[in-house]
Design a protein around this ligand. Structure first.
Ligand code: HEC
Length: 112
């Protein structure tokens, strides 16, 4: 095998290895994220002046917010306690899933 063929094969294998992992992250992020629906709405799409939508939130911003709550760097009425239930990997999985949701109020389509 030439080094070029080897490189090509490696890239294909790397792509195959990465693909299911990414899909799994989104799926478990969805499952975890549904726990937030009671307050943040379905898909994180319930929001108001005081609370921004989780849907469409930049992943870095989401991860920072969750870790700040968890480590006590940011105060919250409830989020400091909620964030403590999640590992880094779980926060990252939720971040990816919420970022992929449309940032429009849930149900707004029906009212327009
Ligand atoms: C009991 C209601 C409740 C639940 C359940 C809840 N949240 Fe929150 N969330 C809040 C409130 C209220 C705030 C405003 C900060 C505070 O006072 O704690 C907030 C703020 C946030 C923010 C900060 C947004 C910003 O301003 O940058 C993030 C991120 C967040 N929540 C993520 C989550 C995630 C992820 C879950 C599910 C694992 C979740 N929340 C579950 C009530 C809730």
């Amino acid at each position: 095998m030439t080094s070029r063929q080897y490189l090509g094969l490696s890239l294909v294998l790397a792509a195959l290895a990465l693909q299911p992992a990414a899909a799994r992250d989104i799926a478990s992020g969805e499952l975890l994220g549904q726990n937030c629906a009671a307050c943040h709405g379905t898909d994180g799409r319930e929001f108001n002046e005081a609370m921004p939508p989780l849907a469409g939130m930049e992943t870095e911003q989401f991860i920072r917010a969750m870790k700040d709550f968890r480590e006590g760097r940011r105060e919250g009425v409830v989020m400091d306690r909620i964030a403590r239930a999640y590992s880094d990997a779980e926060i990252e999985a939720m971040a990816a899933w919420f970022a992929s949701r449309p940032a429009t109020q849930y149900g707004s389509e029906e009212h327009e």
